[in-house]
Design a protein around this ligand. Structure first.
Ligand SMILES: Cc1cc2nc3c(=O)[nH]c(=O)nc-3n(C[C@H](O)[C@H](O)[C@H](O)COP(=O)(O)OP(=O)(O)OC[C@H]3O[C@@H](n4cnc5c(N)ncnc54)[C@H](O)[C@@H]3O)c2cc1C
Length: 451
């Protein structure tokens, strides 16, 4: 047996990392603040379902053969966006080619799958244990259980902080170098609402991510395996149309009646859910330092991002896969070198996906319902069909490939320039598609892209 590795946090990323590490021969111990989710549900205020796509599935498969398939057993495929307008009409926009899809999966079910697999491989889980103290001089971390019993790591023993966006490990690590994380809080909050009633035939497109885009705000809904949906309202915290303004049952119902009328029959207990479910804030967290010679941050603890590209967990799972590759390549005789290499590879990419996630918020809440945007998307798809690998849309690179996020971001900038030029062609919005325009579009795009 190799040395002991401690992970703080048995969330999605910590549990997957434990699976990677135990199979390399390390003794792996995971400290988790919550109670064991296999026994008791303790998920209040956390998103109920999330979208897992290529990067997440790739990491699961690398961690353990068929783990990706076991996760997909729990998931519902989503082949595109189902856009609901204010009059109740629904338009479907595919994410990519007909077979390409992302997958809606229950957070809790996925977490339980990962914890169960890790435990069956010999990972030791200590639930109801919270990271409390860090003695930087002696390189020791202390975890406490509910009764105040303390477990302290041996001097220099590895501790990996997978304790999420509000990471205590991050705070203590940064304190030692007198730095602070940069927390960019969005002026928006979100509230989850359960749709237990099946969608009516009119709006039933089960295998889709439903969006009600309303320019300054939006509602989305992801399908669950049992036929229900989990909707999330993203709304400014303050202002004329805001969570603060929705202060009475009458105002809540009237707001939904005006903007999301087709959902009223789906959420009969709207006011009750509004009151009972928390309103949470969203933030992007940038951390200048992720490691020292015995500590590393991973997943949301290192780089929490807003959820609009559906990539936070996927990026965290990719972190685990890449860290595993670096350990295999470098051999973990010098952990600081491993952590430094991990930071160098990941920081630029997680910064890029953080930016893209913010950009996608504007696209989802505002542009997806716009006629000009729809033509733009059709032209993007046409260029991909014609030019194949030479013109792969950014969404495809992010959601259906392992292309580093920073490269996907650069490609997005290049494509945006090309599409801006194309959309400036006179009359394109009404005249597309035509043979003449198709030729013009290719002529504009080709000189910009690498052969
Ligand atoms: C509304 C919303 C929707 C989202 N949708 C998507 C999506 O569709 N696709 C996607 O890829 N991502 C999505 N995300 C992001 C995703 O939820 C996170 O990126 C992911 O959960 C990060 O996993 P993690 O393990 O790093 O952190 P977490 O899931 O937060 O897990 C951290 C764990 O550490 C524990 N912990 C915390 N503090 C301590 C402590 N002091 N001691 C011990 N344990 C501790 C916590 O209890 C928790 O179990 C969404 C996020 C939100 C908010």
């Amino acid at each position: 047996m190799k040395e002991q590795i401690n992970i703080c946090g048995a969330g999605l990323v910590g549990s997957l990392l434990a699976i990677f590490l135990i199979q390399k021969g390390y003794r792996v111990r995971v400290f988790e603040k919550r109670k064991d989710p296999r026994i008791t549900s303790d998920d209040a205020g956390r998103s109920i379902n999330l979208a897992i796509s290529h990067r997440g599935l790739h990491a699961l498969k690398d961690a353990l053969p068929e783990l990706d398939l076991r996760a997909l057993d729990l998931a519902v495929p989503m082949f595109g966006r189902a856009i609901h307008d204010e009059a109740g009409a629904v338009v479907f926009q595919a994410y990519g080619e007909a077979s390409q899809h992302i997958n809606s999966i229950g957070r809790s079910e996925l977490n339980i799958l990962l914890i169960s697999k890790a435990a069956s491989l010999g990972v030791e889980f200590l639930f109801a244990h919270t990271s409390t103290e860090y003695d930087a001089t002696n390189k020791q971390w202390t975890f406490n259980d509910a009764l105040g019993n303390a477990t302290t790591t041996q001097s220099g023993e590895i501790v990996i902080g997978a304790d999420g966006a509000f990471s205590v490990v991050r705070k203590q690590l940064l304190d030692t170098v007198q730095k602070q994380a940069q927390i960019d809080t969005l002026d928006y909050g979100y509230k989850e609402l359960e749709i237990k009633v099946p969608f009516s035939n009119k709006i039933a497109t089960k295998e889709a991510l439903h969006i009600w885009p309303r320019e300054r705000f939006m509602l989305i809904a992801l399908p669950n395996k049992d036929g229900s949906y989990t909707a999330t309202l993203f709304l400014p915290m303050e202002g004329e149309l805001s969570f603060k303004a929705l202060s009475t049952n009458e105002k809540i119902r009237s707001f939904f009646n005006t903007y999301f009328s087709d959902t009223l029959e789906l959420i009969p207990d709207l006011e009750k859910q509004f009151e009972q479910h928390p309103t949470s804030r969203l933030a992007t967290i940038h951390t200048a330092t992720w490691y020292n010679d015995h500590t590393l941050l991973i997943g949301d603890a290192a780089h929490a991002l807003v959820p609009f590209y559906g990539q936070g967990m996927n990026a965290g799972f990719e972190d685990c896969r890449i860290l595993s590759e670096i350990i295999d390549k470098k051999g973990a005789t010098n952990w600081e070198q491993v952590f430094a290499e991990f930071f160098t590879q990941r920081k630029k990419n997680t910064d890029a996906i953080s930016d893209l996630a913010l950009q996608n918020f504007v696209e989802m809440r505002d542009h997806v319902a716009d006629a000009s945007f729809l033509v733009r998307k059709k032209i993007e798809k046409f260029l991909h069909q014609q030019l194949q690998e030479r013109f792969v849309p950014q969404y495809t690179l992010v959601s259906f490939s392992d292309t580093p996020y920073s490269n996907a971001k650069d490609v997005g900038v290049l494509h945006a320039g090309i599409l801006d030029e194309i959309m400036a062609l006179p009359g394109i919005e009404v005249l597309w598609p035509s043979e003449e325009l198709e030729k013009k579009v290719i002529k504009i795009a080709e000189p910009h892209i690498i052969s």
